[in-house]
Design a protein around this ligand. Sequence first.
Ligand code: ADP
Ligand code: ADP
Length: 227
Amino acid sequence: TTMLQVTDLGHTYGGDAGYTAIDDLSFTVNTGELVCIVGPSGCGKSTLLRAVSGLHRPSRGTVRLQDDPVNGVPEDLAVVFQDYSRSLFPWLTVAGNVEFPLRSRGIPAAQRKERAAEALEAVGLSAAAAKYPRQLSGGMQQRVSIARALACRPALLLMDEPFASVDAQTRAELEDLLLKVQREQDTTVLLVTHDIDESVYLAHRVLVLSTAPASVVADLPVDLPPE
Ligand code: ADP
Ligand code: ADP
């Protein structure tokens, strides 16, 4: 079944006479797929993710999540950003950070604790639950961001250059962690990166964007990496 359907999406910054970042962009993501979007820096990847996540209203076109038009930020969607250092609340513990979005979703305390513990276990951070973000390395902080997204049990997980700010070894670990949780939890993932090697390693399918205004110039199936 189709999880996400983007049709004729376009975005122009600064009104009709402004700068067109994306144009005529169409693609679908099926349930359970891990799709990478790859394109050069400045081609419109973040603009696309902001439209898909409902953070920005696109100038043209439609975004449908499980057949419903996206209008505002949907609750069954979670986003992991590149900049882990600004995405966690420094005054909350690791567990507190993971529980935070569950609070605004009105999930009762006992269930929040259970889900946070489960998500932290999935990313190998159970032992760090009571620590504060500043006590963790960058890679561990990004694991917390991933746990926080997973705890929401999103229908669709959006990731914007999630491993671009960590060192090469941590990056390889986090990539394998993502593949593991994606398989185990059958999460649908749309991940944006400028790194073609990373996209081929991770994805079931790679969408290649042109330079701005971005449109999809190739839609490539990739063989699954060996178990
Ligand atoms: P990417 O994520 O692929 O690097 P972006 O979506 O951030 O690309 O940006 C695409 C283009 O749109 C870039 O040329 C960028 O300068 C421009 N752009 C992004 N945000 C804005 C904005 N708020 N106002 C004007 N131009 C913008
Ligand atoms: P990235 O490629 O990492 O998204 P960008 O430089 O494209 O980084 O954008 C960083 C931020 O600055 C984004 O929030 C974007 O909206 C904003 N931005 C980028 N280009 C412009 C621009 N020409 N005018 C106004 N804001 C911009």
